[in-house]
Design a protein around this ligand. Structure first.
Ligand code: PEP
Length: 250
């Protein structure tokens, strides 16, 4: 039985004081969250203060990205060992904003995935199609290609200690949520594709849904058999909404 996982991706938002306020709000409501593990991914500069606030709590700390290299002359980058050093256990890799705005390829994403695992972080590998790709009927081809790049570099067994997030690009930050059936179809496809190589890994890996999840639609999405929680953008910036999503399933 896979446990639900709900992770907030705070993106490029907040200040030091608003970050502390948001975290304090989340921590204050955690006693109501019984059926899900919870994580938050603040911007890099706020990871250390966040780690201090989260100490001893059930909320895991994650970063939104990671360098594919561990150390050296890579100006502006943040490595997986650094993230571990400040208290992170999770890291998002291959978010569609990294892929589309910063041109990060499937292969580069796979290197970041491997870097995260080398240091003991759990990567949350984001996959998903654009609206154009959905309309062309190539959703499964795109998702398979994104997954295969990681499997080619890191191996199938690496997915046993990773999380996958299916995030249709057309549903991110747009207010358009994939219907529970649309999301379930792609989640089932991902699981079946993994099962074709390794059933044990496929049945264990958590596959999160991301794309305009809110307190009002979370329960229906999370009730689907292959949806194991959510990666939450906009709605994770308000403690009440985020907690509403985390406690959507009792
Ligand atoms: C995201 O960016 O990972 C995301 C799911 O955003 P939102 O919930 O705002 O659609």
């Amino acid at each position: 039985m896979r446990r639900l996982l709900v992770v907030g991706n705070w993106k490029l938002n907040g200040t030091l004081s608003s970050t502390k306020e948001l975290l304090t709000g989340v921590l204050g409501g955690m006693s109501e969250v019984t059926a899900a593990d919870v994580g938050v991914c603040p911007p890099y500069p706020y990871l250390l203060p966040a780690a201090e606030l989260l100490q001893g709590s059930a909320v895991a700390l994650g970063a939104q990205d990671v360098c594919d290299q561990d150390v050296g002359a890579f100006t502006g980058e943040v490595s997986a060992p650094m993230l571990v050093d400040v208290g992170c256990s999770l890291v998002i890799v291959g978010h569609s904003e990294r892929r589309s705005i910063y041109g990060e390829s499937d292969e580069f994403t796979a290197k970041k995935f491997a870097a995260a695992q080398r240091s003991g972080l759990t990567p949350i590998l984001c996959v998903g199609e654009t609206l154009d790709e959905r309309e062309q009927g190539v959703t499964e081809t795109v998702v398979a290609r994104q997954l295969d790049a990681v499997v080619a570099l890191a191996g199938m067994d690496a997915l046993a200690t990773a999380v996958i997030a299916y995030e249709p690009v057309w549903a991110i930050g747009t207010g358009k949520t994939a219907s529970p059936e649309q999301a379930q179809d792609v989640h089932a496809f991902i699981r079946q594709r993994l099962a074709a190589s390794n059933e044990a890994v496929a049945s264990k890996v958590q596959i999160l849904y991301g794309g305009s999840v809110k307190p009002g639609n979370a329960a229906e999405l999370f009730a689907k058999p292959d949806i194991d929680g959510g990666l939450i953008g906009g709605a994770s910036l308000k403690a009440e909404d985020f907690l509403g999503i985390c406690s959507a399933v009792k």
